[in-house]
Design a protein around this ligand. Structure first.
Ligand SMILES: [Zn+2]
Length: 251
């Protein structure tokens, strides 16, 4: 028996949403520099052109995880309430999965569009995916209390199948989200010290965007640098230990 305890399970799960594949591809060197594996949650994969498909495949080949974000970015609870569970799966989820798997991606996780979810949608989607990414209600990115809302203890990662997350974007269109990341930074420090996981999401990577959510390359570097400084591994969803699929949801 080893006298040294195994290192606590911990990591930053940085995720990128929608289908900004060209901009994501452009930060491959930055991700490599920080030894970062991340997760790309893709919507509208059927609308990717041939080049974007090739680039997405390249990101997967770099070791990044590719997840599902819905065929048309529909809000799950509303769609299910209006059209039923079967229609939701058949129109929104299964075609997206099929496209991603045709590209050779595992697509074993799902991120809720607009972080909109409920227990019914969790139950339904957990029949198809190992893990779901949800929002984290409450504290803002500058609030130290955010660390509580985001923290998933390392020993719970195999049983937690719905992971809280918050935005780390710089802005959306002309609006800036504020540069104070102290709440996010507190989350990273806590995860490193106590053992645990923090999930963040961003969208396009750019110095600005006319309408979409975006993170600037500088801002991205700051996040990755902070995780590296506190020795928090940068992981993709596919790097997490397998889930115990019988576990109840606990979002
Ligand atoms: Zn989205």
């Amino acid at each position: 028996m080893s006298a040294v305890a195994a290192p606590a399970a911990r990591g930053l799960l940085l995720t990128f949403d929608d289908r900004h594949v060209r901009e994501w591809d452009a930060v491959r060197p930055l991700l490599r520099e920080y030894d970062a594996r991340v997760t790309f949650f893709v919507c509208e994969p059927d609308r990717l052109d041939r080049d974007e498909r090739r680039l997405l495949r390249g990101l997967a080949d770099d070791g990044h995880s590719i997840g599902c974000h819905g065929l048309r970015h529909r809000r799950a609870p509303g769609f299910i309430a209006e059209h039923g569970e079967r229609a939701y799966l058949e129109q929104e989820v299964l075609p997206c999965l099929a496209e991603l798997r045709a590209l050779g991606c595992r697509a074993d996780s799902f991120a809720y569009p607009n972080s909109d979810r409920d227990e019914r949608s969790d139950r339904l989607l957990l029949t198809l995916f190992s893990r779901l990414r949800a929002g984290a209600p409450g504290a803002g990115r500058a609030d130290p209390a955010l660390a509580d809302a985001l923290h998933v203890p390392g020993e719970e990662i195999a049983s937690r199948r719905v992971l809280p997350s918050t935005s780390a974007d710089t802005g959306r269109g002309a609006a800036l989200h504020g540069s104070d990341l102290s709440g996010i930074e507190a989350s990273l420090t806590r995860a490193s010290r106590q053992g645990g996981f923090v999930t963040l999401y961003v969208h396009c990577v750019s110095d600005g965007h006319p309408h979409a959510n975006y993170v600037t390359p500088d801002h991205l570097r700051r996040l990755l640098g902070r995780a590296a400084a506190v020795d928090l591994p940068r992981l993709g969803f596919d790097d997490l230990p397998p889930t115990s699929k019988d576990c109840a949801t606990d979002a």
